[in-house]
Design a protein around this ligand. Structure first.
Ligand code: MN3
Length: 205
């Protein structure tokens, strides 16, 4: 049984950057629904003994197309939002450090360049989707974007996301309306780079 990551802050703790009603609706309705529907699809596919990364990386092995689509959309929604909510904090470390900071500098030139590239990808994603910073087991970094609830795992890139920018309208529309750029920029006031570094270290270990 897959469960949502416990929210490590109150619904209103991300104000003024993300309003309380958006956090509550996003977590307690959208993320909850993805999780419920993922669990149903996992049961139909008989994959209860697998972890979510294994399931998303091996969707081709599910023969029923409807179940495969349900796993892809709801498994992605479950996994992506766990990453998204856990990385946010009202008191974030606003710079990466250690191994991740070194790798960001050698790959992207600087932390500011990385942020600019992530914002560019988030704004360039047409319609609903995500922008990502991902790592592989060698410690290499990749930035990308995905439609819907796809991610670098279900896209079989060999990379695992360590930072998730949700650009579905449900993530920002109540407060920001059509101004996706303002939302994405404000997200960087909430991203805890200690958590992102922990995600990185877990993958390369
Ligand atoms: Mn979302």
């Amino acid at each position: 049984m897959f469960t949502q990551v416990p929210l490590p802050y109150a619904y209103d703790a991300l104000e003024p950057y993300i309003d309380a009603l958006t956090v509550e609706t996003h977590y307690a309705k959208h993320h909850a629904a993805y999780t419920t529907n993922f669990n149903k699809a996992v049961e139909m596919a008989g994959l209860q003994d697998k972890d979510v990364i294994e399931i998303l990386a091996n969707l081709d092995s599910v023969s029923d197309p409807a179940v495969r689509t349900a796993l892809r959309n709801n498994g992605g929604g479950f996994y992506n939002h766990n990453l998204y909510f856990a990385q946010l904090s009202p008191n974030p470390a606003n710079q990466p450090s250690g191994k991740l900071a070194e790798k960001i500098n050698s790959t992207f030139g600087s932390f500011d360049n990385l942020k600019a590239e992530l914002i560019r990808l988030a704004l360039g994603q047409f319609g609903s989707g995500w922008a990502w910073l991902s790592a592989n087991k060698n410690g290499d970094l990749m930035i990308s974007s995905s439609p819907n609830q796809d991610n670098p795992i279900s896209e079989k890139t060999g990379y695992i996301p360590i930072l998730a920018l949700d650009v579905w309208e449900h993530a920002y529309y109540l407060k920001y309306k059509n101004l996706r750029a303002d939302y994405v920029k404000s997200l960087f006031n909430l991203i805890d780079w200690n958590t992102v570094s922990e995600n990185y270290n877990r993958i390369i270990r």
